[in-house]
Design a protein around this ligand. Structure first.
Ligand SMILES: [Mn+2]
Length: 299
């Protein structure tokens, strides 16, 4: 990726979800060596570390997610400081709090406290609940709200002051399952949402291209967070929370390949890989293909 080292950071966390299966996603992806061919192509691609909880006995979900997010944010900031490109592999989507807080902390240090960060959130869900609106109270359904500065302050203020993102620098793509509480929050903030029907109508390429321009307005760069449940579960069964009628792997990898020369892309995240539902490692292959489309085209 522009001859930068691509540093893979696994996040072995299912503490933000009801089904903890995603916790073992990074270790399965690492041990089956599904990504191993990515460093054979002239790229400096390394699985650097896997962040996991070491506390015993296991704390409550809020404490666990906070602890992991703090360490992940520090790791992401360190990698950016040394010039690496962070590629975060979850874990449930609560790890996004750590990833993008870390990127924002880096921008604060290098560009100033009012440096803006853009984020494209590719997901079947909105993940924009607060503890007040969430029926399930699962933190992976609150990650984007936290980054926008809403909900639990202990999570919203990780690594640097809230908010990490301004509404105008955020887009969601592929949404098709949500509750009114989170939809009301995003709507009141004016966040641009590309619902699945719009992606079907216009194509992923056109939507991602527009989203990139949208989130990059007056920002110092942007990131992409992909929840694998944005993809269609008929193709990709190995996700935390499958929802029918999703994106096809091919359209997402083709759209990502178009980003190859984009110096504005600061980090990349793929989350919610659930190995227990991925009987034939087909979704593991999707993780590989998503990384490859982004990385090979960048070398
Ligand atoms: Mn999600």
């Amino acid at each position: 990726m522009r001859h930068r080292k691509i540093a893979v950071i696994g996040v072995a966390s299912g503490y933000g979800a009801g089904d903890r299966g995603c916790q073992d996603g990074p270790e399965v992806l690492r041990t089956i060596e599904i990504l191993k061919d990515l460093d054979r192509t002239g790229n400096d691609f390394h699985w650097d570390e896997t962040i996991c909880l070491t506390q015993q006995p296991e704390p409550d979900p809020m404490t666990a997610v906070r602890d992991i997010s703090q360490r992940l944010a520090l790791s992401v900031t360190d990698h950016l400081e040394t010039g690496d490109f962070p590629l975060v592999i979850g874990g449930d989507h609560s790890c996004a709090i750590g990833t993008w807080s870390g990127v924002r902390a880096h921008l604060n240090a290098t560009e100033g406290a009012d440096a803006r960060l853009g984020l494209i959130w590719i997901d079947a869900h909105m993940d924009s609940h607060t503890p007040r609106t969430s029926p399930s109270q699962y933190i992976h359904g609150m990650a984007l709200a936290c980054l926008l500065g809403y909900g639990e302050p202990l999570l919203a203020e990780i690594a640097c002051a809230a908010p990490k993102l301004l509404p105008r620098n955020v887009c969601l793509i592929g949404v098709r399952s949500f509750e009114w509480g989170e939809a009301n929050l995003l709507s009141s903030l004016g966040v641009r949402i590309y619902f699945m029907e719009e992606v079907h109508r216009r194509g992923m390429n056109a939507v991602l291209d527009e989203a990139r321009r949208h989130v990059s307005q007056a920002s110092f760069g942007y990131g992409i967070s992909i929840d694998l449940d944005a993809l269609d579960p008929r193709e990709e069964p190995g996700v935390g929370t499958p929802v029918p009628n999703g994106l096809l792997r091919k359209e997402v990898t083709e759209a990502l390949a178009c980003i190859h020369s984009d110096q504005q892309l600061l980090a990349f995240e793929i989350v919610e890989y659930n190995p227990y539902r991925d009987l034939h490692f087909t979704t593991a292959q999707a993780v590989h293909d998503l990384c490859r489309s982004l990385i090979l085209s960048q070398s």
